[in-house]
Write a protein that binds this ligand. Structure first.
Ligand code: HEM
Length: 537
C-alpha cells in the first residue's frame, strides 16, 4: 500500500511504535498542524491609509497577543469580556483592538466611539460577520439579526418595520395592546397574595405574549402548554447560542460542542413547527387574484388616524406580511424573522423587568418616590405612556435601570464594509467591530459615581426635565440598532409604572435585600431570586 493512499492511523500502525507513542505523535502533529494553519491565517494589518483621504490615521492600541491564541489569555471567558473592557477603559482608551485566533477585532469602548462609528459612519459599520454557527442554524441566511447589510436586509427590515408601524409601534394603539397584557400580568402577580415567589416565569409569559399578540393576533392562555414549551425552547436556544458562539472562534470545537448544537437545532425545529401552525391559522381565508396578490387586504396603510386604525385593528403580523408579499411570499424569511423577534424581544425585556424588581425591592426610598409621583399625577387609573412627560421621577428611574443594568452589555458583532476610521483610528474593511454598551454606561468621564444606582442623575433640577438620556445606548445606535427599541421602551415603561402603582415590591420576609449575581447567557440577567409583592389597595 503506498503511503499516499494510507490513512494516518494505518501509516503509524505499520511502524514499530507503542500505542502511547503513536498517540503522542498524533497529538503533536495535530497541534502543529492547527498552529501552522492559525499562524498562516493571522491577518496582516494593511497600512493605515484610506484612499483619497489626506488624514493620517493610526492603528488602535492592541491588547497583548501571543502566537496562535492571540489575546485570548488576557481576556476573561466569553461572554464576560465587557467587564474587562469597561474596567480597563482608562488604560486602553475608546477604541481597542485584539486578536482572537488570527482574527483582528475592535471594541468601541465609549458612547462617543459607538456614536461616531454606528451613526456618523453608519454604512461603513453596518455589516454583520458571517458566523460559522449561523451556516448551520440558518443556511440560507434568512431573517435580519445575523444578516449582512445587503439589499435583502434592507427590503425585509423596511417591510417588517412598516408592518410594525401599522400596528401602532410607539403610539397609543400599541400602548392599548400592551396594557391589555399588563392587566393579565398584574393579576397573575397578585395571585401570589403577598407570598414570596420566583417571578421569572410570570415575567416571561408577559413579554412572550406581547410578541405573540403582534405576530399571531392573540395571546396564549397562561396555562397553555404551548406557551411554556415555546418559552422553554427559546431559553434552550438562548443558553446554547451563548455557549456555541465560541465555535466561531475555534471551529474545531464544533465537535466538542456538538451536543449543544444538536439541542439548539432541536429547539429551533420545535419553535418553527409551532410558527408553521400559526402561519396556517393566520392566513386562513386569504384569497389571491390571478397575479398572486391578496384580494381585499386589511393592511391599513392609508389610515393616518390612530382611532380609525384602532377600529380596523390589523389582525396579525403574519397576515399583514402575506398580504403585502402575495402568495409567493418567502416563508423561510418569515419563519426566521419571527424566531428572531422571540429571541431578541422576549428575554431582553424580561431580564430588564426582572432587574427592575430586584432594584426596587432593594431601594424602598426610590420606589416610594415613584409611587408618590404616580399618585399625584394619575389618581386611580392605569399608567399610560402618554403620561410619561408628567412622570419625571419615574422616567428618571426608567433611564437609570437601562443604564445600570444593560441586559445587552455588548452589541452584536458588526463588520466594516470598507476601510474606514473612528476617533482617528484606522479600521480595515471586513473587521469585526463590537460596541461595549456597558462601558458607555459606566464611563467615569460622563457619569459621576457610575457604580451607584441613582435616578437623580437624570433629573435637571433647574427646569425639571430629563437630562443625559442621549448617553443611554442600551439599544445601540445606527443602522443595526435594536429593531424593537420603540416597543421595548413602551413595554418597559408600562411594566415599571404599573408594578409600582399596584404593588409594594419587597425582598423575601427573612432578608434585608434581594441578593443576586449577574448571570450572563446572551442577556445579562439576575441569578434566580424570590420576591414579595404586596397589593397597595
Ligand atoms: C430591553 C429590551 C431590549 C434591549 C436592551 C435590546 C437591545 C438590543 C441590542 C443592543 C441589539 C444589537 C444592536 C447592534 O448590534 O448594534 C439589538 C438588536 C436587535 N433587537 Fe433588541 N433589545 C431589546 C428588545 C427587543 C425587542 C422587544 C425586539 C423585537 C420586537 C428586539 C429585536 C431586535 C432585533 C431584530 C435586533 C437585530 C437588529 C439588526 O440586526 O439590524 N429587541 N437589540
Amino acid at each position: 500500500m503506498s503511503l499516499i493512499t494510507s490513512s494516518p492511523s494505518s501509516i503509524f500502525a505499520s511502524l514499530p511504535l507503542t500505542s502511547s507513542a503513536t498517540t503522542t505523535i498524533l497529538l503533536v502533529t495535530t497541534i502543529f498542524g492547527i498552529s501552522y494553519i492559525l499562524i498562516l491565517k493571522r491577518r496582516k494589518l494593511p497600512a493605515p491609509i484610506i484612499a483619497g483621504d489626506e488624514t493620517t490615521y493610526r492603528h488602535p492600541p492592541c491588547l497583548p497577543t501571543v502566537p496562535i491564541f492571540g489575546s485570548l489569555p488576557f481576556l476573561p471567558a466569553f461572554p464576560l469580556q465587557y467587564k474587562f473592557f469597561t474596567k480597563n477603559m482608562q488604560k486602553y482608551g475608546d477604541v481597542v483592538a485584539y486578536y482572537m485566533m488570527g482574527q483582528y477585532k475592535i471594541i468601541l469602548n465609549s458612547r462617543e466611539a459607538v456614536h461616531e462609528a454606528f451613526v456618523k459612519r453608519s454604512t461603513d459599520f453596518a455589516d454583520r460577520p458571517r458566523a460559522r454557527v449561523n451556516n448551520v442554524l440558518n443556511p440560507n441566511q434568512k431573517g435580519i439579526l445575523f444578516h449582512g447589510y445587503d439589499n435583502n436586509f434592507k427590503k425585509y427590515h423596511k417591510l417588517s418595520l412598516g408592518i410594525m408601524k401599522q400596528f401602532g409601534f410607539g403610539n397609543r394603539v400599541m400602548e392599548k395592546r400592551i396594557m391589555e397584557e399588563m392587566k393579565y400580568f398584574m393579576d397573575h402577580l397578585a395571585s401570589f397574595n403577598g407570598c414570596e415567589f420566583n417571578p421569572t416565569p410570570v415575567v416571561a409569559n408577559c413579554t412572550m405574549n406581547i410578541i405573540c399578540g403582534i405576530l399571531f393576533g392573540k395571546r396564549f392562555r397562561d396555562d397553555d402548554p404551548d406557551l411554556s414549551d415555546t418559552i422553554s425552547n427559546i431559553r434552550t436556544s438562548f443558553n446554547n447560542l451563548g455557549k456555541i458562539f465560541i465555535v466561531n472562534v475555534f471551529p474545531f470545537l464544533r465537535l466538542l460542542f456538538n451536543f449543544k448544537l444538536v439541542r439548539l437545532l432541536d429547539a429551533q425545529k420545535k419553535i418553527f413547527k409551532m410558527l408553521e401552525e400559526k402561519i396556517v391559522e393566520c392566513s386562513a381565508g386569504l384569497k389571491y387574484d390571478s397575479e398572486g396578490n391578496v384580494e381585499s387586504p386589511d393592511v391599513a396603510d392609508k389610515i393616518e388616524n390612530d382611532d380609525e386604525r384602532d377600529e380596523k385593528h390589523l389582525s396579525s403580523f403574519i397576515r399583514s406580511y402575506i398580504e403585502l408579499e402575495g402568495v409567493n411570499y418567502d416563508r423561510e424569511q418569515l419563519l426566521h424573522f419571527m424566531h428572531e423577534l422571540f429571541l431578541g424581544g422576549t428575554e431582553t425585556t424580561a431580564s430588564t423587568i426582572e432587574w427592575t424588581l430586584v432594584l426596587l425591592a432593594n431601594h424602598q426610598d426610590i420606589q416610594e418616590k415613584m409611587y408618590r409621583e404616580l399618585e399625584s399625577v394619575l389618581a386611580s387609573r392605569f399608567q399610560e405612556a402618554e403620561n410619561k412627560k408628567h412622570l419625571l421621577y419615574c422616567d428618571a428611574v426608567f433611564h437609570e435601570i437601562l443604564r445600570y443594568k444593560p441586559v445587552a452589555p455588548m452589541t452584536l458583532p458588526h463588520q466594516t464594509m470598507k476601510d474606514t476610521h473612528v476617533m482617528g483610528y484606522f479600521i480595515p474593511q471586513n473587521t469585526t467591530v463590537i460596541g461595549n454598551l456597558h462601558g458607555a454606561h459606566f464611563d467615569r468621564r460622563i457619569w459621576e459615581e457610575p457604580d451607584i444606582f441613582d435616578p437623580e442623575r437624570f433629573i435637571d433640577r433647574s427646569d425639571e426635565t430629563i437630562k443625559n438620556k442621549e448617553h443611554i445606548v442600551a439599544f445601540s445606535l445606527g443602522k443595526r440598532s435594536c429593531f424593537g427599541e420603540i416597543l421595548a421602551r413602551q413595554e418597559f415603561f408600562l411594566s415599571l409604572t404599573n408594578l409600582v402603582w399596584r404593588f409594594k415590591i419587597l425582598p423575601p420576609r427573612d432578608q434585608q435585600e434581594v441578593k443576586v449575581d449577574d448571570v450572563m447567557d446572551v442577556t445579562a440577567k439576575p441569578s434566580p431570586f424570590k420576591i414579595r409583592l404586596l397589593e397597595r389597595n
